[in-house]
Design a protein around this ligand. Structure first.
Ligand code: ZN
Length: 159
């Protein structure tokens, strides 16, 4: 028997203002995206802004439904929109934020981490994840896979 560990490395910034200009713009796009959230049940608005390699920003916001499982997170709204509308463009970075006053930056759910990890596999390149809070600190992870160790890769299923 052996004991092993997995670590997650990330950058931490005190505020959005401390980010590089390009990252700050992406967070601002996520804040704008949040305005279209449909969250009548949770009141928890989330915005995501996904930057593609030609400069296009595909945004998403959470979309809830009275049949709760039918709703979708902001991250997956953005990733699936980009995957379907821009299938040949590489995804470079995504900023995610919420208006909800959390004590730390918002963090994607497991299902969204799984989706982001597979898009990294599909394109053979990392996607930077910028996690912003409402007026507080920001965390940046260099690749989605760092957020979901031992994710389901399904490589043997793809042809
Ligand atoms: Zn999610």
């Amino acid at each position: 028997m052996s004991i092993k560990s997995i670590t997650c490395t990330f950058e931490e910034y005190t505020s959005v203002e401390a980010l590089a200009a390009s990252d700050r713009l992406l967070v601002e796009a996520a804040v704008s995206a949040m305005q279209s959230a449909y969250a009548p049940y949770s009141q928890f608005q989330v915005g995501a802004a996904l930057l593609l390699d030609d400069g296009t920003i595909v945004s998403g916001s959470n979309q809830e439904n009275a049949a709760y499982p039918s709703g979708l997170c902001a991250e997956r709204v953005a990733f699936f929109a980009a995957g379907s509308q821009h299938p040949d463009k590489r995804m470079l970075a995504v900023a995610i934020t919420t208006s909800y006053p959390l004590p730390q930056p918002i963090s994607p759910c497991g299902a969204c981490r799984q989706v982001m990890a597979e898009y990294e596999l599909k394109q053979g390149a990392s996607i930077r994840i910028i996690l912003a809070s409402n007026g507080g600190s920001v965390m940046i992870v260099e690749q989605a896979r760092d957020l979901l160790p031992m994710y389901f890769s399904g490589e043997w299923l793809r042809k």
